[in-house]
Design a binder for this molecule. Structure first.
Ligand code: ZN
Length: 146
């Protein structure tokens, strides 16, 4: 499969029109992360309401896969509980491991399914997972503050 084949319409749409893009003025957490392998730089802004991710925004200087993945993350996780976010993350990780997803899992991750083809390009998986790794770091920081 060529790199152009996996740039599905959904992926390109998220890249060209990233959801929740920009600075969040009253964020509870701001976290910067980078993927030196590709040169992706990401700033993730999050707002919490108890154990719910009540708002997510981001800025990125990143490739299409990283930007689209972060846009998809922002769209699907906003308003979800940490547990729900993590269970989506688990499905995303098993997709990139090459596991066969059930139709329920495919339904749960929505647009993120458009990144399925990235699994065939191991060096780019890091691009797609950067936002999920960032989320793990944010959660660890939150746990330490408790
Ligand atoms: Zn990248």
């Amino acid at each position: 499969m060529s790199i152009t084949d996996m740039f599905t319409e959904v992926l390109l749409d998220h890249y060209k029109h990233p959801r929740h893009y920009g600075v969040m003025e009253n964020a509870d957490v701001v976290h910067e992360s980078a993927n030196p392998l590709c040169g992706d730089e990401l700033t993730l802004y999050a707002k919490f309401d108890g154990n719910t991710l009540s708002d997510v925004m981001f800025e990125a200087k990143a490739c299409a896969i990283c930007t689209a993945s972060t846009s998809m993350f922002s769209e699907i996780t906003k308003g979800k509980s940490f547990e729900e976010v993590d269970s989506i993350g688990d499905i995303v990780h098993s997709m990139f491991k090459g596991d066969e997803l059930t139709s329920e899992q495919r339904h749960t991750i929505g647009d993120i399914l458009a990144l399925e083809g990235v699994q065939k390009l191991p060096v780019r998986i890091k691009c797609a997972l950067l936002v999920w790794e960032t989320w793990q770091v944010i959660k660890k920081d939150l746990d330490q503050q408790k």
